[in-house]
Design a protein around this ligand. Structure first.
Ligand code: GLN
Length: 249
């Protein structure tokens, strides 16, 4: 089975995310198509979406003008996994303000229950690279490139802080939403994109909210005859939202 992943292509580092996601699919042994998407019709066919880094005001405004923002919001609310990177994280948030300018009137998806501080580590000349870990996601070590990066504050109760840098939260997960303040696609380390593709189930147009983390992830059987550990009792089709993944991709 194959997954259909889109990288929102209004502005920002779209090509780099396409390359990183293809590499992640290959590493995860998954089949899939990864392409740039812009229109509501392209977005409606996706199993997963990446909103890349760039300029959140620009990406938001362009998505508003062509109607993409409505389709994106609808798909995420129906459970489509989404990965917001830097500007993408800002767009997903319920609230955003700039560290210097304060609250701005910019279109937001308002789905991720956090308050984001834009340009939290300073402006362009304060960009830097740092080592980032997210033990809860199985990412022991990765490189993060911070470019006019935001930080995350005021977490709602369903939001997990999965990574911090200098006491500031720089990565979060809320069900089917993954958000990072830095740019993993600008490194050769595919860990974050690999984690994101593992959140995607190949069911076009019919995704269920995803609750995966290392603690409750089902152990896969080694062979077809071996039952997975901790497997819940089978329930009728369409009711089993937490069903273990099949042994075959
Ligand atoms: N500071 C940018 C914004 O507010 C985000 C920068 C980035 O995506 N690297 O949109």
């Amino acid at each position: 089975m194959s997954v259909n992943i889109g990288v929102l292509g209004m502005q920002g580092d779209v090509a780099e995310n396409i390359v990183a996601t293809r590499a992640a699919l290959a590493r995860a042994g998954m089949k899939g198509i990864v392409k740039q998407v812009k229109t509501p019709s392209e977005i409606s066919k996706l199993d997963g979406l990446i909103i890349p880094g760039g300029e959140s005001t620009m990406i938001g405004q362009m998505s508003l003008v062509n109607g993409a923002i409505k389709t994106i919001k609808d798909k995420i609310q129906k459970g489509m996994p989404v990965f917001g990177i830097c500007a993408g994280l800002i767009l997903l948030s319920k609230n955003a303000k700039d560290r210097v300018v304060g609250k701005m009137d910019q279109p937001l998806l308002e789905l991720l229950d956090v308050r984001v501080e834009r340009n939290s580590f300073g402006r362009q000349r304060d960009s830097f690279e740092a080592e980032i870990a997210a033990q809860q996601l199985g990412i022991a070590r990765s490189r993060g490139v911070f470019i006019r990066a935001p930080s995350i504050e005021g977490l709602g109760k369903n939001v997990q802080a999965v990574s911090k840098f200098n006491e500031k939260i720089v990565a979060v997960k809320q069900g089917n939403i993954l958000g990072v303040a830095f740019h993993p696609e600008l490194t050769t380390d595919p860990s974050w994109h690999k984690y994101f593709v593992s959140m995607i189930k190949p069911k076009t147009g019919n995704n269920q909210p995803h609750q995966q983390n290392n603690k409750n992830r089902q152990q896969r059987p080694q062979n077809k005859n071996q039952k997975p550990k901790n497997t819940p009792k089978p329930v009728p089709k369409n009711q089993n939202k937490q069903a273990p993944k099949p042994a075959q991709q």
